[in-house]
Design a protein around this ligand. Sequence first.
Ligand code: ADP
Ligand code: MG
Length: 627
Amino acid sequence: MEKKEFQAESKRLLEMMINSIYTQKEIFLRELISNASDAIDKIYYKALTDDSLTFEKDSYYIKVSADKEARTLTLTDTGIGMTKEELENNLGVIAKSGSLAFKNENESKEGHDIIGQFGVGFYSAFMVADVVTVVSRALGSSEAYKWESEGTDGYSIEPHQKDSVGTVITLTLKENTEDENFDEYLEEYKLKSIIKKYSDFIRYPIKMDVTVQKPKEDSADNELEDHEEEQTINSMVPIWRKNKSELTDEDYINFYQEKRYGFDNPLKHIHISVDGMLRYNAILYIPENIPFDYYSKEFEKGLELYSSGVLIMDKCADVLPDYFSFVKGMVDSEDLSLNISREMLQHDRQLKQIAKNIKNKIKSELQSLLKNDRENYEQFYKSFGRQLKYGVYSDFGSNKNDLQDLLMFYSSKEKKMVTLDEYVSNMPEDQKYIYYASGDSYERIDKLPQTEMVSEKGYEILYFTEDIDEFAIKMLMTYKEKEFKSVSSGDLGIEEEISKEDNDTEESNNKELFDYMKDILGDKVKDVRASKRLKSHPVCLSTEGEVTIEMEKILQQMPDNQNVKADKVLEINVNHEVFEKLRTSFESDKDKVKLFTGLLYNQALLIEGLPIQDPVEFTNDICKVMV
Ligand code: ADP
Ligand code: MG
C-alpha cells in the first residue's frame, strides 16, 4: 500500500475547504452526485466519437445507500471511473479538475453539460465524514484501485477488486456532536429531500432502496408490511430543457406547484430558451394572487438559479428588477461564472445580460397580455399594479419608459380601467391636459366638487386611489407630450364658461369680502377666491404649487414628515345661494360671515377627507345656524 501526504498547499486548502467554503454541510451530496453525473457524461461524450463504444442509457445510474449500523453512506456510479494516476491527480491534488480538462479537450464536441470545473467539490465529503474511501475502475482497464483518506493528513492507494467499470465512494460519517447530527444523512427522508432539492434534474437516475408498505401476501384483511424497493428519486428531465411544443399548460402548472413557487395557480407562464452567444433557459411565472408576505419586509425577490441542472441559489435577486419582483421561477445556464463553492455567482457580464433579457421578456409578455387578454391583465394589475407604479417612481424615474405603457387607472367616463394610451387617444382636440383626481375611493372622487367643471366639459378624469399614484405621475410628468393635471390645481387650463374677465370682475367686486374671509382663516389657507370650476357645490379647496392635498395626507403619515403642507386655496362658488347669503351678511352682520366662513372651510376639509381641527366647535356652529 502506498501512503502519500497531500502537498503542503493542498493541506491548507483542504482545511479551508472543510471548514469554510460551504455554508451548508448537506451540499456534499450535491457535489458527489454532480461528479458521478459528470463521470457518466464522459462515457456518453466518448461514445459520440468512439465507434467501439455504445451508450445504452438504461445501464447508467447513480445509487445512494445508507448503512445505519456501520454509519456509512455509499455512492455508486457506473461512470467512466479513474485509473490509479487519475485517482492521484484528481483526488490527491486539490483544485485539480479532471472534468475541466475533459471539457477543454472536448470543447468542439459539446462537452458543455459537464458540471465540474474547480476541483474542490469532492473534498466537501470531509465536512460530514472522517474517512472517505473511493474504489474505482476506469473504462478500458482491468484493474481497480482503492483510494482512502482521513482528511488533511494524506491518502493511501492500493489495488482492489472491482468487477465493473465505475466508482464507489464510501463515507464513514463523523460522530454526532452537541450541535451537529450526522446521523440524519443516513435517514431515507433526509437523503431524498437533499437529492430532490439540489439534484432533481441530474440527467441520470439517482436510485435508492426505500421502504414502502405493501399488502401482506396471503393475508385476508389487507395487512401491510414493510418492503424494500429500489426507486429513482430524481425527475431527471428538467422541464425547461424540453421543447415548448411538447409541454402543456398543465405541465407548467404542475411545475409551479411542485416547486412551491406559490400556493395559487400561475396567471401566466413564460418559457425562454436562448441558444447563441449566451445560453440559458428560464421558466417564469406571474402569480395569480399576491403572496401573503409580498408587501412586507420578509418578502425576498429572486429566481432559482441552476447551472447545468444543478441548483446553485434559491433566490437570485440580481436577475429581477424590483418592479418585477412578483415574478417567480428559475433560470438555468451553463455559462455562469460561479464562485468556487458554487453557492454564489461572480457578478459577471453574462448574468447582467441574462437579467436584461429576462426584464425585456417580462415586459413584452405583460404588454401582450394587456393587448390580447385584458381580463387577465386587469387581474394581474389589481395584484401588482402598485409595484409597477413604484417602479415608475423609484430610481429617479429611470425605468419610466419601460413601464408607462403598462399602467392603468380608473376612468370617470369609461367607468373602467384604461391605459394612458387609451386616455390620450380619447382626448377631444381642444383638451390640453390629462386630468386626474385623487381620493380614497372611486365613490368619493365621483362626488368631489373639483371634478365638476372638467366633467361637464366632457373630459375624462383618471381616478387616483393609491398613495403612490400621484408620486408616480409626478415622475412621469408627461405622457405622449400631454402634461398631467390635478382637477384641484389652481389653473385647469380650460377655456372656461365663466370667462376670465367675468371672474376678475367677481374677484374685484368681492375683494373686500374675500380679504375679510382670508383674515378669519389666517394661515390655514393661502387665499380665498371666486371659483372657476364649481357648478353646484358652494365651496372647494384647490392647491397651488407642487404638493397636492393627497400628497399632504401621505407625507403627514410618514415618520419624519417635516410637516409638509399643501398651499390651499378656498374657492367659493359665486353663483351659489350660499354666496348671496355671505354677501348680504357682509353688509349687515359680520359675525355671521365669521360663522359661515368657518363652516364653509370645514365643509371643504370634509369633502377632501381631511380632519377637522375642532369637531366640537364645528357641530356647535351648525347648531347656531339651525336655531
Ligand atoms: P470538479 O468536479 O470541480 O472537477 P471535484 O473535486 O468534485 O472537482 O472532483 C475532482 C475530479 O475528480 C473531477 O474533475 C473528476 O475528474 C474526478 N472525479 C471525482 N469524482 C469522480 C467519479 N465519481 N468518477 C470519476 N471521476 C471522478
Ligand atoms: Mg465536482
